[in-house]
Design a protein around this ligand. Structure first.
Ligand SMILES: Nc1ncnc2c1ncn2[C@@H]1O[C@H](COP(=O)(O)OP(=O)(O)OP(=O)(O)O)[C@@H](O)[C@H]1O
Ligand SMILES: [Mg+2]
Length: 550
């Protein structure tokens, strides 16, 4: 090889961004994502309306939903979205908090890099601070009685404040706590285990949210297939069927040519016989009720009605799966090999007004939370809010530790981390301090979103904590500083631990990168950002989705 000639190993289309440029690029992408959800944080946070390329609309306050629905097309931004997704999987709530803290950590890291502090020192400091924060959370958290329903309701209400669930939060909190209680069992060691598999959420439009209800067992939102069928069945043997009760069609296209009417009649007779046999098989199994996921032929409907069997067709797959737990039945996919043991046992009652069936198992295993709202958008957002609340109540029941909300925990953590920073030597100390500052983003944004002065609020909160008031938080409705644990603004400790840890890990992941090598334009959405230097204009991929959001 000749001297002095650079060796080209990358293709012509590929792009490479190095060192400071790479850091700038990554940090600004990550911060843009965090920035986009900040305004939804807390009880006074606003909602976002997201319109996808098909024109369908989602209105939500839920951090992870916003990020998933936003058409983000930037590799770094996607790492931050992963933070929200991990938080959603692990804790169910706190996604906005986690992402906002990650963004703030990166913002503060950027300042440190400006001061010539090497990213590895920052990474180490952030890691130490996050470990320390976990310990402190454990120390600050209050152990609670997991049977204390008032407390569990407060946890649910805190999580639902500021969402579509807000107006009916007392009623919903009652339902949620009761639902969780019903699906909680004690394991051999006496620990509470919440099995959310036995909890089903159904939604219905056309009613007010206040009419939401908790039902024992499951529901089937269908009509009987034939008018002459019974509409109720007590002590019934129930068949869950995943096979059509129709004439079996051949896989290949066939054409039957008939030459005289008798042949045609024979042909029809055979079809009729096939259907009759299927219904007989069902009757022989002893089924009083058939809930079928597939179709039921008109003629078969007639035979079933004659046998006095209550049948429903095109039931939802998820409903059948849940009902198989409720009535303890197997889902049969081949009638021929089904036995009586596959049938479940329970009661079906009809709600004529809502046109649905309630299915109750013998020992009422499983509950259904029936959420109601006026329109689809209302119900969807309601469901997201209720899911968050279910998760936090479930965590509190199994973990038993709670923290004071309204920014109380973040300010206390920040103050303890600053003390801890004094014991850290070297440049890492500055990173630990930056970590503490980043946590205080939460009370600042809570105040900001409530139209309060964020600096004043933070100063007051710090003063209260300096005086040893560990649970001093912000009442966003009055602007007062008060003991939020006492006023019932409480959050599960596990969710906060997770938020702090995943925010730190994501920030560190981004900070560790000093070289971006991409096989093409960095934003995969070509055409709308041609030629822009990635450091400054590389956010092009996010431009469309985010431009209107901030
Ligand atoms: N009544 C209240 N007064 C003060 N702060 C509150 C109150 N209710 C909730 N909060 C605070 O609001 C924050 C939670 O806000 P929000 O639910 O919007 O975000 P998140 O839980 O981080 O994310 P998401 O719910 O979108 O997954 C917590 O810090 C909580 O302490
Ligand atoms: Mg929340």
């Amino acid at each position: 090889m000749q001297q002095g000639q650079p060796m080209i190993v990358m293709s012509e289309d590929s792009q490479r961004v190095k060192d400071k440029d790479a850091q700038d690029y990554n940090i600004s992408a990550a911060r843009a994502v965090a920035e986009s959800v900040k305004s939804t944080l807390g009880p006074k946070g606003m909602d976002k309306m997201l319109v996808d390329s098909m024109g369908s609309v989602t209105i939500t306050n839920d951090g992870v939903t916003i990020l998933q629905e936003m058409d983000i097309d930037n590799p770094t931004a996607e790492m931050i979205i992963e933070v929200a997704e991990t938080q959603e999987d692990e804790a169910g709530d706190g996604t906005t908090t986690a992402v906002s803290i990650a963004g703030e950590l990166l913002k503060n890291a950027e300042d440190l890099i400006e001061q010539d502090i090497h990213p590895t020192a920052i990474i180490k400091g952030f890691h130490m601070a996050s470990e320390q924060a976990r310990e402190e959370i454990n120390d600050i958290a209050t152990e609670v009685d997991t049977e204390d329903e008032d407390l569990l309701r407060s946890v649910a209400e805190t999580s639902m404040t500021g969402k579509g669930t807000e107006v009916n939060k007392e009623h919903l909190a009652e339902l949620i706590v009761e639902a969780i209680r019903q699906v909680t069992v004690e394991d051999d060691e006496g620990n509470n285990v919440v099995d959310l598999e036995f909890l089903n959420i159904e939604t219905q439009t056309g009613h007010s949210t206040g009419e939401s209800d908790l039902l024992e067992g499951g529901i089937v939102d269908k009509d009987p297939v034939h008018d002459n069928m019974p509409t109720e069945a007590q002590d019934a043997d129930i068949l869950l069927l995943n096979e059509p009760i129709e004439v079996e069609e051949t896989d290949i296209d066939t054409e039957v040519s008939v030459t005289d009417p008798d042949q045609l009649q024979q042909f029809l007779d055979r079809e009729e016989k096939q259907l009759q046999e299927k219904v007989e098989q069902i009757a022989d199994l002893g089924a009083d009720v058939v809930l079928c996921q597939k179709g039921i032929d008109d003629l078969a409907q007639h035979y079933l009605a004659k046998e006095g069997i209550l049948a429903v067709r095109r039931a939802k797959k998820s409903d059948l799966e849940f009902l198989s737990e409720v009535v303890n039945a197997a889902i049969v996919s081949d009638l021929g090999s089904a036995t009586a043991a596959d049938l479940g046992h329970g009661d079906l009652t009809r709600d004529d007004e809502d046109e649905l069936f309630y299915v109750e198992g013998e020992d009422a295993h499983g509950v259904t939370l029936l959420l109601r709202g006026s329109t689809d958008h209302v119900v969807d957002e309601l469901e997201r809010g209720v899911n968050d609340a279910l998760d936090v109540v479930a965590q509190t029941v199994s973990d038993g530790r709670v923290l004071a909300g309204g920014g109380a925990i973040e300010v206390e953590l920040a103050s303890r981390l600053r003390d801890y920073a004094d014991s850290v030597s070297g440049r890492e100390q500055l990173a630990v301090e930056a970590f503490a500052d980043s946590l205080e983003l939460v009370p600042r944004v809570l105040a900001e979103n409530a139209g309060l002065d964020s600096i004043d609020t933070l100063v007051d909160l710090r003063a209260a904590h300096d005086e040893g008031d560990v649970e001093a938080g912000l009442n966003v409705f009055t602007g007062d500083i008060e003991d939020t644990n006492e006023t019932g603004v409480v959050e599960p400790a596990h969710a906060k631990e997770q938020a702090v840890t995943s925010a730190a890990e994501a920030a560190n992941l981004v900070l560790k990168i000093d070289d971006i090598i991409s096989a093409g334009d960095l934003s995969t959405d070509k055409g709308d950002d041609e030629g822009g230097a990635p450091g400054a204009g590389g956010m092009g991929g996010m431009g469309g989705g985010m431009g209107g959001m901030m």
